[in-house]
Design a protein around this ligand. Structure first.
Ligand code: FPP
Length: 233
């Protein structure tokens, strides 16, 4: 495998899909799949740091995921709390900066507390920026940004793309170079709608719990073969 160190994606965004199907194939409950997905996430965060990726953004829970069964929602929230509390020490040691993005108002106090503690501890770290999208929706994010501009009293004809981008959760960060969705589904599902205007998008059939470091390297290699034109010829 030949990875060019000078042409690494700076920002990778991942829709971690397929946990439910992975569990179903094993005749296990969906939460078994989400737990396996959390293990994959741990590996991929470590690998991202090791590969020198600057920003990793993962879709952990969307604004639409509340429609799932109460058991699944509470199980996913418990996984989020477990993840933040059990991983935060290692993330901090690896100089990772945790940033939870999304509408945090709807999260339970327990989830919010675990997320805020992880963010506070790692706030000054200068390594990988790890954005965890929780109760995140791309349209919701854009509407909030518009509201923030209006609250600032900005006149309609003064609004620029840059001003709007600076009101998004990803303010100050480069847009994702590479967006991955696992599991064979070919949809964006309300993820980073504004930010992925020029991203290279990859859909792979692997279910998220089966994704690993080798597949991650293959993905980066495939990205490096693409020719990015940003609209020019
Ligand atoms: C999509 O698979 C996955 C999710 C909605 C949750 C992703 C969560 C994790 C990977 C665990 C780590 C989480 C945190 C909060 C750190 P699906 O359930 O839609 O699978 P299916 O399409 O096969 O049913």
């Amino acid at each position: 495998m030949t990875i060019q160190t000078q042409n690494m994606p700076e920002h990778i965004a991942i829709i971690m899909d397929g946990n439910g199907r992975w569990a179903k194939k094993r005749n296990r409950p969906r939460l078994f799949g989400h737990n396996a997905g959390m293990k994959t996430l741990k590996k991929i965060v470590r690998a991202s740091s090791d590969f020198g990726i600057k920003i990793l953004t993962v879709y952990a829970f969307s604004t639409e995921n509340w429609k799932r069964s109460e058991d699944e929602v509470s199980g996913l929230m418990k996984i989020a709390v477990d993840y933040f509390t059990s991983e935060v020490k290692e993330l901090h040691e690896n100089n990772v900066k945790v940033n939870v993005i999304g509408d945090l108002k709807r999260l339970s106090p327990k989830v919010l507390d675990a997320a805020q503690k992880a963010m506070a501890l790692t706030e000054n770290n200068s390594g990988l920026i790890f954005n965890v999208a929780l109760n995140y929706g791309g349209r919701d994010e854009i509407v909030s940004a518009v509201k923030a501009l209006m609250n600032d009293g900005i006149a309609a004809d003064e609004v620029t793309e840059e001003m709007l981008a600076n009101k998004l959760y990803t303010a100050g960060m480069p847009d994702p170079d590479l967006v991955l969705r696992t599991s064979g589904e070919k949809r964006i599902s309300n993820f980073l709608l504004w930010q992925m205007a020029y991203s290279e998008i990859f859909f792979i059939d692997t279910l998220w719990p089966d994704f690993d470091e080798a597949a991650y390297l293959e993905l980066i290699e495939a990205y490096q073969k693409r020719n990015r034109t940003y609209g020019s010829a």
